[in-house]
Design a protein around this ligand. Sequence first.
Ligand code: SF4
Ligand code: SF4
Length: 117
Amino acid sequence: MEKMEKMIAYCGLVCTECPAYIATQADDREQLVKVAAQWSVEYDATLTADDCVCDGCLATTDRHIGHWDECKIRVCASDKKVRNCAHCTDYPCSELKGLFSFAPHAQAALDQIRQNL
Ligand code: SF4
Ligand code: SF4
């Protein structure tokens, strides 16, 4: 099997390790239904399998997770034309700290990138 290159979103989440991304790339409808059911409970939302179809935050395709459109972090980093938030002079801003509070692995990924800048 071909090795998948690691894709890190602006916020530090690792898209290539996300179950929605993995199920989308494998074209695995059954798994997308499972992800939608699991996240609907976890995030107190009503998600369908189609809502979970995603090619990753940085993908230029039109297949992105529902929240992508309005994500303030994505819009901000994209406007600033930074590769990801680790490259931003305002790192870590309050918006990003909010995400880090429930996704510490995103902070760890960006901190690691910053160590190597
Ligand atoms: S849409 Fe926002 S929260 Fe989701 S991966 Fe992209 S930057 Fe992170
Ligand atoms: S201000 Fe910087 S760290 Fe905060 S979301 Fe925008 S690009 Fe990311």
